[in-house]
Design a protein around this ligand. Sequence first.
Ligand code: GLY
Length: 368
Amino acid sequence: MKALIVGGGIMGTSIALELAAAQVEVTVLERSLPGAEASTAAAGMLAPQLEAHAPGPMLELSMRSRTLYPAWAQRLSAESGLDVGYQACGALQVALTTAQAYELEATVAWQTAAGLRATFLTGDEARALEPALSPDAVAAAHFPDDHQIDPRKLMTALTAVARKRGITFRAALVRRVLERSGRALGLELEKGQLEADVTIVAAGAWTSQLPGVGVQEAHLKPARGQLLELSPPTTAVHHLLKAGVGYVVPRAGGRVICGTTVELVGYDKRVTDEGRAQILAQAQALCPGLAGATIVDAWAGLRPWTADGLPLLGFGHLDGLVIASGHYRNGILLAPITARLVAQLVTGGRPAMDLSPFRPDRFGGAAG
Ligand code: GLY
């Protein structure tokens, strides 16, 4: 069987590896370098509990992926000989107001009832665990099983393993999905065309721009996220910290990644003065010690936002067309489970979970 994958980010490359393991001949089409877009802009939080609002299909998908992560990351690291920066650091969701503290109490209650490890901490208890935390923190929820990975290191290892296993990466501009009588035949490229038994679109925020894929821009579009890397003089942070859209992710060697913004501004990856100021304010509200830190890098990525917050995962509107996109703020976390589910679909197996909530055609209007 032959498969084409549009997009050489973490999704496309992870899917390629899983398919190659099932003896599928895979070519990945990427117009830039593998991982050049959102995959290497991400903060790398493997934190479904920090992100979850309620039980449901998104939490189930995320939890399954988090469970796969340690062994998946370990295999990639062992096979590539490269460190991927996996850290079992735990996470603290922080309340800076009393109202937020009540919300956190409710979060801890439903997560505990769902069988997840979560503890409600007073401000003092939270500071005992994470001394860098602000004296203004009223309370926190501790999620010890939320971890992190370094997406840039991971992408380097993933690509190295994919090449080692014979997966072809081709630099190409894809023009459209080729179709005949309701079946995807492959892809028209800027130069020439390629045919395959299955065509998989994992083009992140660009998915809705590809003619023939059947995904409308109203349902999948870019959401810019700006990030900063800080080099703090002294403050040592140990956990993932989050309050609202603000987060602090401690990396090895004392570096700290801070985010973020969520902006629907089209395909514009600029870092702005407002974005920088917002992120610094959010980070300092969590850890006042970061006030003296130096900004060593600043960048932005385009997350694939979807209209209902769920990914597009499953068969598209054509036979032989699979879509794996719209992972929004959780692309790094969701890569292993997405790869596994897509491989199960493509090879005719039964997916490990019900994919109906993620159906790519759930918004209707498949034309284009
Ligand atoms: N999950 C991190 C972000 O979207 O910024």
